[in-house]
Write a protein that binds this ligand. Structure first.
Ligand SMILES: [Zn+2]
Length: 309
């Protein structure tokens, strides 16, 4: 039964912008009520960014009329229980051991939980996006890197220290190129944005997309090649998990079937232990706000009593 909605704040920390959203839950359904963004105060690293997040959380919660919980995406590694960051590859500053959850919780007066940005994407798509109603979902986020998320029994599998589901760091070639994670031959080493652009003979992913749409043969071949590597990684996940849906998000997913079709082809080619035709490979629905929405949902689900009972 629908009740008076409760409000939940989500913050999505990126190297360029901090996005926020107010999501509401009425006992049955999640909706987003408001959202915004501001440039990340990156100049001082954690010394300026953590106070920025704290002030933003306090202001947005007050303006909304009082949120009950707060979630924050971490684009890297962190300690969920301690609320500390370990490593952020794409945000300036030395983040090793920096407490984040506690100072923000104190400033905003809200219970605060951290979640990896790709896991937040998956949680948002699972609750109110392309994964609605599904129990088992695999998600990939195609951007600067290749993020991943695994949902089982209708829940995001966060794993030890929140690192569960890093599908972009599966080894698909034991002697392949080095990856930013320190391993070689990862899916990400072949399929991150700069590699896609290079495979298409373009300077940027946007240029690669434009060339492919114009029928440029090298760009089309580049998408097919990168999609094949992604498809191998996704097929491995399909064999392991038998998902109902594979959700593809991130900026590069705007290429639609240019990138989705080679993934589907690789699943048909390699997944032999279940009915590969029943695995739907679909684009994400929530766009660049999925991280903030997923953070809001995670914060609510982690805070006792925050959701309508
Ligand atoms: Zn890797």
């Amino acid at each position: 039964m629908a009740r008076t909605p409760t409000l939940h704040l989500g913050l999505d920390l990126g190297g360029t912008n901090v996005k926020w959203t107010i999501a509401e839950h009425d006992g049955t359904t999640w909706r987003t009520r408001d959202r915004g963004q501001e440039p990340t105060a990156a100049a001082g690293g954690p010394a300026t960014i953590v106070p920025q997040l704290a002030a933003l959380a306090a202001r947005v919660s007050a303006e909304a009329g009082g949120a009950r919980s707060l979630g924050l995406t971490i684009p890297g590694l962190y300690l969920p229980d301690a609320g500390e960051v370990l490593f952020l590859p794409n945000v300036p500053g030395d983040w090793r051991g920096v407490p984040v959850a506690a100072p923000i919780a104190a400033a905003a007066g809200l219970p605060t939980a951290l979640i990896n940005d790709a896991r937040a994407f998956g949680l948002a798509e699972l609750r109110l996006g392309a994964g609605r109603g599904a129990e088992t979902v695999v998600g990939i986020v195609l951007g600067t890197g290749v993020g991943g998320v695994v949902c089982v029994n209708g829940r995001v599998h966060t794993g030890f220290r929140g690192t569960g589901g890093e599908l972009g760091h599966q080894t698909i070639d034991p002697d392949g190129p080095w990856c930013g994670c320190g391993n070689r031959g990862c899916v990400e080493a072949y399929a991150r944005a700069d590699q896609l652009a290079a495979a298409c003979g373009a300077a940027t992913p946007e240029e690669a997309h434009a060339r492919a749409l114009a029928g440029d043969a090298r760009a089309l071949a580049g998408y097919a090649e990168v999609g094949r590597y992604l498809g191998i990684g996704v097929a491995n996940a399909c064999v392991t998990l038998t998902p109902e849906k594979v959700i593809v998000g991130g900026g590069i997913a705007a290429a639609g079937d240019l990138i989705l079709e080679p993934i589907r082809a690789e699943i048909r080619r390699r997944v032999r232990v279940t009915d590969a035709e029943r695995i739907a490979v679909v684009p994400a629905e929530l766009g660049p706000w999925a991280g903030a929405i997923g953070a809001a949902i995670h914060g609510a689900e982690q805070a006792p009593g925050a959701l309508p009972s």
